[in-house]
Ligand binder design. Structure first.
Ligand SMILES: O=C(O)CCC(=O)C(=O)O
Ligand SMILES: [Fe+2]
Length: 341
C-alpha cells in the first residue's frame, strides 16, 4: 500500500525510499492543520457553489501565471475535461473570496507551505545531497519552490457511466511540478479513486485514505529533472470513479511547488543525461504549452508537426498520439474510458 510517513523525523530515508519505489507517500496532517483544512474546504465548497457566471468573472488568462477561475473543459484539455475550480498563485490577492475567507485561506496556506518545507528538508537529508543544505527549496531559500507555487481547488463533475462501470475522470499523468501536495475534502469513498501506476508490477495502486487529516505527497517532473530521472519512480497517477460514487461531491486542493520563472533549471546531481541546454523555468513552461494549445486550437493541422502559440508565434508542442495502459486495454490518452470491473 502507499506508505504513510510522518515527516517530523527526518533522516530515516523513508521519504526517499517511497519516492524511489512509488513516487508518492501520505503523511498525516497535525491536528491544528487538519482543523484549518476542514474549515477551508468549507470555504472552497461555498466558493465553487457560486453561479457559473459569477465564477467566470475571475477567469484566469495568463498561461504562465494561472490565478483565478478555470472553467470546465477550457484550458488544459483532457486534464480539465471533468473539472473546474480556482487557482491561487503564490500569495497574490484573491478577489473572488471575501477578505475574511482570504485571511483564513492564507493562514492555512502558510501552514501547508511549512509542511512542504519540512518535507523538502527531510528529502535533502535523506538523499544526502552534499551540495545543498536545509532550507534550499523553502520560501526565500536559494532554490525557492514556494513563493511561486500555486494551489488549485478543483471540483470534479459527474460523467455518464453504465451501472457497473468505472470512469477515468482524470487521465494518467505525471505532475509537472517539483513536488505536489494533494488534499481531498472527502473520505467517501476512501482514497477518492486516485490511484498510482506501479511500473514494476504493471498495475494500479489505489490511494486508501483521503480527507482533511491526510496529505498525499507526489513526485513531479521537475524533481526528476533536478535530482536524477533514473533514481525515482515516475509517480504517474489518475482518478477513476465507480458509477455508484459519481454523484458524490469531490473537491481536492493540490499544491504544485515550482520555482520562479527566472530560475535556471540546473540539475543538482550530475545525472546520466544532462540536458544540452539549461533553460529557465519560464522557457520550460512555454514549451509545455503544447498541451494547452492542443485544447485551444483543436487537432493538429495537416502536414505540420506542431502549433503556433496564438500570442507569440512560438512553435508549441509536437503531436504525439499518446497511448496509455489501462489494465489490459489500450486506450487513447484522455478518452473517457469505462474500465471493466
Ligand atoms: O484530485 C485528485 O485526486 C488528483 C489531482 C491531480 O492529480 C492533479 O491535479 O494533478
Ligand atoms: Fe496530478
Amino acid at each position: 500500500s502507499i506508505p504513510s510517513i510522518p515527516v517530523l523525523e527526518p533522516g530515516s530515508a523513508q521519504l526517499a525510499t517511497a519516492f524511489r519505489q512509488l513516487g508518492a507517500f501520505q503523511t498525516p496532517l497535525a491536528g491544528a492543520t487538519a482543523a484549518a483544512t476542514q474549515r477551508c474546504f468549507g470555504d472552497f465548497a461555498a466558493m465553487l457553489a457560486q453561479p457559473e457566471e459569477e465564477k467566470r468573472l475571475h477567469v484566469s488568462h495568463d498561461l504562465l501565471e494561472l490565478h483565478g477561475y478555470q472553467p470546465r473543459g477550457e484550458l488544459g484539455e483532457r486534464y480539465n475535461a471533468h473539472r473546474s475550480g480556482f487557482i491561487f498563485h503564490g500569495s497574490k490577492a484573491a478577489p473572488w473570496v471575501n477578505p475574511e475567507v482570504e485571511e483564513r485561506i492564507s493562514i492555512w496556506r502558510a501552514d501547508i507551505w511549512q509542511l512542504a518545507g519540512r518535507i523538502f528538508d527531510a528529502l535533502i537529508q535523506e538523499l544526502d545531497l552534499k551540495a545543498i543544505s536545509a532550507g534550499h527549496f523553502s520560501r526565500h531559500g536559494p532554490f525557492d519552490m514556494v513563493s511561486h507555487s500555486q494551489f488549485q481547488v478543483k471540483e470534479m463533475h459527474p460523467v455518464a457511466a453504465g451501472p457497473n462501470a468505472k470512469v477515468v475522470r482524470l487521465p494518467l499523468h505525471q505532475d509537472p511540478s517539483f513536488l505536489s501536495l494533494l488534499i481531498h475534502h472527502s473520505s467517501e469513498p476512501p482514497g477518492q479513486g486516485c490511484e498510482f501506476w506501479l511500473d514494476q508490477e504493471q498495475r494500479f495502486l489505489p490511494l486508501a485514505r483521503s480527507g482533511p487529516t491526510v496529505c498525499t505527497v507526489i513526485i513531479g517532473q521537475l524533481f526528476h529533472l533536478l535530482l536524477g530521472r533514473r533514481s525515482f519512480a515516475k509517480g504517474k497517477h489518475r482518478v477513476v470513479t465507480r458509477a455508484a460514487d459519481m454523484e458524490k461531491p469531490r473537491i481536492s486542493a493540490t499544491f504544485f511547488f515550482q520555482p520562479s520563472p527566472d530560475q535556471l533549471l540546473t540539475p543538482l546531481v550530475s545525472g546520466e543525461e544532462t540536458p544540452e541546454t539549461i533553460q529557465t523555468f519560464r522557457e520550460r513552461r512555454r514549451r509545455s504549452y503544447g498541451r494547452f494549445a492542443r485544447a485551444a486550437l483543436g487537432p493538429r493541422p495537416k502536414g505540420r508537426s506542431g502549433w503556433m502559440d496564438p500570442r507569440g508565434g512560438v512553435a508549441v508542442g509536437i503531436w504525439k498520439r499518446e497511448r496509455v495502459e489501462v489494465g489490459e486495454e489500450q486506450v487513447k490518452h484522455g478518452e473517457t474510458v469505462e474500465v471493466k470491473g
